[in-house]
Design a protein around this ligand. Structure first.
Ligand code: FAD
Ligand code: NAP
Length: 340
């Protein structure tokens, strides 16, 4: 196990925030876990690729970097394959591996930054597909109980950008591997207009697995700010989900309020539209800004602190609430904000 004292975390979070930690431990195998110190969920922090976290403050304790690798097929039949991936595998490389092997189910989730072990934390999703659709089980070290646990997809209590790991038991589980059920028979998932239009525009009428994978990559490259240029954590706010009744009330006030129906009882409102309508695109505060390219993304223009980004996030939240009466919720994990 690699050990570093007083490390800088600047290269370990995609906001590029210059936070520090007391100690850094790189966990490379399950044996290392048995030798790691007993963790305190408040002082210590598990990190994957650091692409879904805002470090508002330093980490006084230990940062554990998950670097457990390996992809293997553990079971297969005529239709499906069970694939186990070490939590330290790069998520996009796992998607690329599955496409190369002709296995479908996660192609719409191409190019999401971060590591496989973090994918269940917020039930990653994009272009109409969520991890929960293919996740069979998660293997984790239960820090609270000091024992191994295998949680089924159902036990993970997945929701929209949410799971038990994020909302019910944050910091309790150190995920070491995930098991996915992928299909040998490709059926394109093209519910998102943006994706089907992009394929159509390229003249592809009956897309194959490679076509969908390539289209998602091209779309994401064209739309999202690159963290290597301007530090960011992707969408900073979740798209608010409201009851049908509440949506009717809101749309009385704002006639052109866009939405997507989630069954007949709920509607999802695009947070990016709300922010843009408040004229906040490009708004800057102490080196932090709302991206001009994508209103849902907050960026570090170079020298912003985590506190400045958090201040900006709260400003955006306040303006949107005052204008629309809709409360935005951050999507990334916020580390270092004292509980109210
Ligand atoms: P980290 O940021 O390192 O960690 C996130 C949380 O998970 C932290 O609480 C951490 O403690 C915990 N964690 C990490 N690894 C483990 C582990 N092994 N065991 C226990 N806890 C762990 N997300 C989407 O859902 N859809 C998208 O389309 C999407 N697009 C993005 C685009 C960009 C440009 C960026 C920067 C981010 C995007 N994200 C998206 C957010 C992010 O990439 C995902 O949430 C990703 O799964 C985070 O992985 P990570 O390894 O970087 O996690
Ligand atoms: P987009 O296609 O411009 O769409 C804007 C929003 O509308 C998205 O947030 C998406 O919600 C929603 N949407 C679009 N079509 C929909 C449909 N047919 N049914 C239901 N909802 C629909 O979005 P984008 O910003 O370019 O992102 C494309 C995809 O990548 C989205 O799924 C987005 O979530 C994902 N993404 C996520 C992050 C992140 O950090 N979480 C960052 C970049 C991209 P959903 O977001 O709920 O899907």
């Amino acid at each position: 196990m690699k050990v570093v004292e007083n490390p800088s975390l600047a290269d370990l979070n995609t906001f590029g925030l210059a936070a520090k930690a007391g100690l850094l431990l790189e966990i490379e195998n399950e044996e290392d876990i048995l030798h790691m110190p007993v963790l305190d969920p408040v002082r210590d922090l598990v990190l994957g690729g650091g692409s879904n976290i805002l470090l508002v403050d330093d980490v006084p304790g230990t940062v554990l970097l998950n670097r457990i690798r390996g992809i293997s097929i553990i079971e297969e039949d005529a239709d499906c394959v069970l694939v186990e991936a070490g939590a330290g595998e790069n998520w996009h490389s796992l998607v690329a591996w599955s496409v190369e092997a002709g296995l479908s189910g996660i192609e719409n989730l191409a190019l999401i930054p971060g590591l496989a072990g973090a994918a269940p934390i917020q039930n990653i999703g994009a272009y109409g597909v969520e991890l929960s659709a293919v996740l069979q089980s998660v293997t984790a070290w239960d820090i609270q109980q000091g024992k191994w646990s295998v949680l089924s997809g159902e036990e993970c209590d997945f929701g929209y950008r949410d799971s038990l790991f994020k909302s019910i038991h944050p910091g309790r589980y150190f995920i070491t591997s995930i098991c996915l059920q992928l299909s040998k028979h490709f059926v394109p998932q093209l519910d998102y207009t943006g994706l089907s239009q992009a394929l159509h525009a390229s003249g592809i009428k009956q897309p194959g697995l490679d076509d969908v994978f390539a289209a998602v990559i091209a779309l994401r490259r064209s739309k999202l700010p690159d963290p290597a240029v301007h530090g960011n954590a992707g969408s900073f706010f979740k798209n608010p989900v409201v009851t049908r009744e509440r949506f009717e009330e809101l749309s009385h006030r704002t006639h052109d309020l866009p939405h997507w129906d989630l069954g007949s009882d709920f509607a999802k409102i695009p947070a990016g539209w709300l922010i843009e309508r408040c004229q906040l695109k490009g708004f800057e505060l102490e080196g932090a800004a709302v991206s001009r390219q994508h209103a849902l993304v907050l960026i570090n223009q170079g020298q912003a602190t985590g506190a400045a980004l958090w201040k900006l996030a709260n400003h955006v939240k306040g303006v949107v609430f005052d204008r629309f009466g809709i409360l935005l919720e951050p999507e990334p994990v916020i580390y270092g904000v004292p509980l109210a």
